[in-house]
Write a protein that binds this ligand. Structure first.
Ligand SMILES: [Zn+2]
Length: 213
């Protein structure tokens, strides 16, 4: 089945959507971690504040979502992690996907904005691969081992580039695709981020692929 729009097509629409940009700007300026649910409305989305009950720094608590949504956006404060985190991934899976709270997993988006205006957006590019991967890593019975393996690669002390690399390493073969944009330059649009290995050094490098249609 073909998703309603490709990941890049959606990103291109969002860069020109003032409601999307305004909502992210509001979140960017908040001093505590806050989230908005996104529900498709007309050509865009409607946004509602979600009470993340019990949420602490770097914990995405989506239990208060009680009807299916099309996306979720939140902020990380300057004290928080400079990328989407493992707890964000777990929150999205356990709080939304497993509870059937994604109206359409193939077009669902998880967005985060950081105090400097950098935006990351996660999309499920391959729902079947995602469901298998998440079951193996993010379910209540598997998450502890996943945290032990990958958690040490994340730290609020890391640079943004280090955090992004750690996240992209986690997302290998996950069915998830990571996008990035700059809130202060939305017309430039989103870039899709992928990992590649340097032939000479064997090191992982981030490749930025421009979304143009
Ligand atoms: Zn988060």
């Amino acid at each position: 089945m073909t998703p309603p729009d490709t990941t890049c097509a959606q990103s291109e629409r969002l860069k020109a959507d003032p409601d999307f940009t305004n909502s992210l700007t509001q979140l960017k300026n908040m001093l505590s971690e806050t989230g908005y649910t996104m529900v498709r409305s007309g050509g865009g989305y409607s946004y509602s504040v979600l009470s993340m009950q019990g949420a602490t720094q770097n914990t995405l608590d989506l239990i208060n979502v009680t009807s299916p949504i099309n996306g979720f956006m939140h902020n990380h404060t300057s004290a928080g992690e400079k990328s989407l985190t493992l707890t964000d991934l777990a929150g999205m899976y356990n709080g939304l996907y497993l509870r059937n709270m994604m109206a359409d997993p193939a077009s669902f988006m998880l967005a985060v904005v950081f105090p400097n205006g950098t935006i990351q957006v996660l999309r499920i590019a391959d729902v079947i691969t995602y469901a298998n991967w998440a079951n193996n890593h993010l379910s209540p019975s598997t998450y502890a081992a996943f945290l032990t393996n990958f958690g040490p690669n994340f730290s609020p002390l890391n640079s943004y580039d280090q955090q992004r690399l750690a996240l992209l390493n986690v997302l290998k073969n996950s069915g998830l695709t990571l996008f990035e944009a700059d809130l202060s330059n939305m017309p430039a649009g989103f870039t899709k981020l992928e990992l590649t290995q340097d032939d000479m050094t064997g090191q992982n490098l981030v490749v930025k692929i421009k979304c143009s249609n």
